[in-house]
Design a protein around this ligand. Structure first.
Ligand SMILES: Cc1ncc(COP(=O)(O)O)c(C=O)c1O
Length: 384
């Protein structure tokens, strides 16, 4: 790579980085410093939901930056009010109150705090394989974190993990100690593992019977990526609290906790807080993303393109496709990392996952059939 500064001299050695530097993007493509043009089917971990250089998103960010770059929640702002209104409208019916934050972990941290505050209980149920973020509470409910990278001397509350889709285990683990059950309806980091609708319905029923809150973590699978505003609407199961982030503002850091009025009305000034959350530039970007999803028919596009990938990309090293919408896991015969590297040689960027045999696709919601043709053809060239 020519002309690239070496990050590793000044940064912490906590990332394994890919061997190219992206310097520009347009649509679904990245241009690298070496002049390579890559089809980006990974979208910066699902963040670039409108791709790169989307005119509506870029304009909204530019205009808000020119007008007023920042003020915090200490003052009311119309752009924040409109953002909360539109997000509530985008979310499942009954989830009509919004707290804006900066990331997925921060959204989950606050969702868990809301649950503990609302019923005073001490335990959380989570699902094996789940990823909820790197902060203290979010990592406590992340499968495998405590045994590897958690880092803190103890967990902040009791956690029980339930095997995926095991309704009997879920019923057995539920008790009047449980403050909340937190679930990623499609487990992204795990490899786009879509939990069964029956399991998600059973979680709703068990929470209702015990008085626990149901939290859906739609940080990765939400904001249109499933082909519906949120997976909750696709399966007709409404949580008490829904968190989202990643594609929420199309590339500007933002997260949201969306809940119902009874929970919101139990709060008073000072119970939650953030400096940057709900800042006007992030709000302008969130508005632009929701408007684009609606005006460009992106939910329908996600469904069409997802189906096209499912029907044309089970070839070469790919034996099966799992996931929903444009959060897909391609199950590979050989290690997914080798397939990722082989696709990169053909100028296509994909991602790995927690499963060494699952290649993850998190492309822009604007993806076109021609991009799927490129992927299918490259997979065919790799062979099985
Ligand atoms: C489902 C899910 N929840 C939470 C997070 C944490 O989000 P962030 O990295 O923005 O804190 C992630 C990140 O990958 C995620 O996939």
């Amino acid at each position: 790579m020519s002309g690239q500064l070496d990050e590793s001299a000044w940064s912490l050695p906590v990332y394994g980085q890919l061997p190219f530097e992206p310097i520009r993007g347009d649509g679904a493509y990245l241009e690298t410093r070496d002049g390579q043009r890559l089809l980006d089917l990974y979208g910066g971990h699902a963040v670039a939901c409108l791709g790169y250089g989307h005119p509506g998103l870029s304009r909204a960010i530019r205009e808000q930056t020119d007008q007023l770059i920042f003020q915090s929640n200490i003052v009311p702002m119309s752009v924040r009010a409109e953002t909360c209104r539109m997000l509530a409208d985008f979310a499942p019916a009954g989830l009509d109150r919004v707290f804006l934050v900066n990331s997925g972990a921060e959204a989950n941290e606050n969702a868990l705090r809301l649950a503990f505050r609302s019923n005073g209980r001490s335990r959380v149920l989570a699902v094996e394989g789940a990823f909820h973020g790197r902060t203290g509470a979010a990592a406590a409910v992340t499968w495998g974190a405590a045994a590897s990278w958690y880092g803190y001397p103890r967990l902040p509350f009791d956690v029980s993990f339930v095997p995926r889709d095991d309704i009997a285990a879920l019923e057995a683990a539920m008790s009047d100690e449980v403050a909340a059950m937190i679930i990623e309806p499609v487990q992204g980091v795990a490899g786009a593992v879509d939990l069964s609708t029956e399991f998600l319905q059973a979680a709703r029923g068990a929470c209702d019977r015990s008085g626990a809150l149901l939290i859906f973590d739609e940080v990765q699978c939400g904001m249109g990526r499933s082909g519906h505003p949120f997976v909750a609407q696709a399966i007709n199961v409404s949580p008490d609290i829904l968190t989202t982030a990643k594609g929420l503002a199309g590339g500007i850091p933002a997260g949201a906790v969306i809940t119902n009025s009874p929970i919101a009305d139990g709060l008073k000034v000072g119970d939650l807080g953030t400096t940057f959350g709900g800042g006007p530039v992030a709000c302008a970007a969130i508005l632009a993303v929701i408007r684009a999803i609606r005006s460009e028919g992106l939910l329908e596009n996600v469904q069409t393109i997802s189906e096209l990938i499912r029907t044309t990309c089970v070839r070469g090293p790919v034996t099966r496709v799992q996931g929903r919408g444009l959060l897909l896991g391609l199950i590979t015969r050989q290690p997914a990392k080798a397939v990722r590297d082989a696709l990169l040689e053909q100028d296509i960027l994909t991602g790995t996952s927690g499963d060494p045999h699952v290649l993850r696709l998190l492309p822009p919601l604007t993806l076109k059939p021609i991009h799927v043709e490129s992927l299918a053809s490259a997979l065919g060239d790799i062979g099985g």
